[in-house]
Design a protein around this ligand. Structure first.
Ligand SMILES: Cc1cc2nc3c(=O)[nH]c(=O)nc-3n(C[C@H](O)[C@H](O)[C@H](O)COP(=O)(O)OP(=O)(O)OC[C@H]3O[C@@H](n4cnc5c(N)ncnc54)[C@H](O)[C@@H]3O)c2cc1C
Length: 224
């Protein structure tokens, strides 16, 4: 009973939040409340529990969208040394695991850089589209320290969203209850480069129900 659990949690000094949830007909408002509760630093670390584990796993997976910011700079070292063919696409993992990545100038006089993940949770309705000077300063600082010739004049920034899974691996599977539905989502910010093989897997699953590609890693049952 939720009442007993609440009393036990209170006794243990744990903040208890009860969210009755019908996994067959999820209520979007409840999903938002869940997201709000687990992303509130005052509730962390969070222990998510339900009797079947299906609902906890469904909620854990359902919305893990985070805000990302991309930045464009005119490199102070000039565009030519930072052009495609002269300078690589890179991802740099720094101490503590934080990563940033960059793309050389393709056309025009601008390079693109961004941090990888670490953004606040959001939804398409709640994402903050305003990029703050402090955010520009943070990436300019990292770029200036690591690749000074690529840093320079800040031109502009834009926001986008990553749809993350808990382990940052994809979800690709036949729907467990509707075999005529194939699910591919949660690409966690690194799905684009896999588009050709993901398309092949989806075609295999849709037409034959199986694929020769090893997709166990992407089975959503791993979150149970
Ligand atoms: C800023 C940013 C940088 C990234 N960088 C990289 C990278 O360097 N390398 C990499 O591999 N991946 C990268 N990614 C991730 C990659 O872009 C995604 O993993 C990939 O695009 C996900 O593919 P998708 O088909 O699942 O979704 P999407 O590409 O989002 O496609 C979904 C499509 O469905 C359409 N749609 C949505 N709702 C409806 C509806 N109701 N009816 C009809 N159509 C609808 C949308 O308009 C969209 O065209 C990046 C993502 C972002 C946001």
């Amino acid at each position: 009973m939720a009442r007993d659990r609440k009393a036990a949690a209170k006794e243990a000094g744990i903040n208890f939040i009860h969210l009755p949830f019908n996994a067959a007909a999820p209520d979007p408002m409840l999903v938002d409340n869940f997201l709000k509760a687990v992303t509130d630093p005052r509730n962390q670390p969070a222990f998510i529990h339900c009797a079947s584990a299906n609902r906890a796993a469904a909620l854990w997976m359902i919305k893990r969208v985070e805000r990302q910011v991309q930045f464009w700079f005119t490199p102070r070292g000039g565009t030519d040394p930072n052009r495609v063919g002269q300078f690589p696409i890179f991802i740099w993992e720094m101490a503590g695991g934080r990563q940033f990545y960059g793309l050389p100038a393709r056309t025009g006089d601008e390079v693109k850089v961004a941090f990888v993940r670490g953004g606040p949770s959001c939804t398409p309705d709640t994402i903050d589209r305003t990029v703050r000077p402090a955010e520009v300063a943070a990436i300019a600082d990292v770029l200036g320290q690591r690749i000074p010739s690529m840093s320079g004049t800040f031109l502009r920034a834009s926001t986008c969203m990553y749809t993350n899974t808990a382990d940052e691996h994809f979800v690709i599977a036949n729907h467990p209850e509707r075999q005529n539905v194939v699910v591919a989502c949660g690409f966690s910010g690194h799905g684009f480069k896999f588009v050709p093989v993901v398309a092949e897997i989806l075609a295999d699953l849709a037409i034959d129900g199986v694929t020769r590609h090893p997709i166990d890693l992407f089975n959503p049952a791993r979150f149970r």
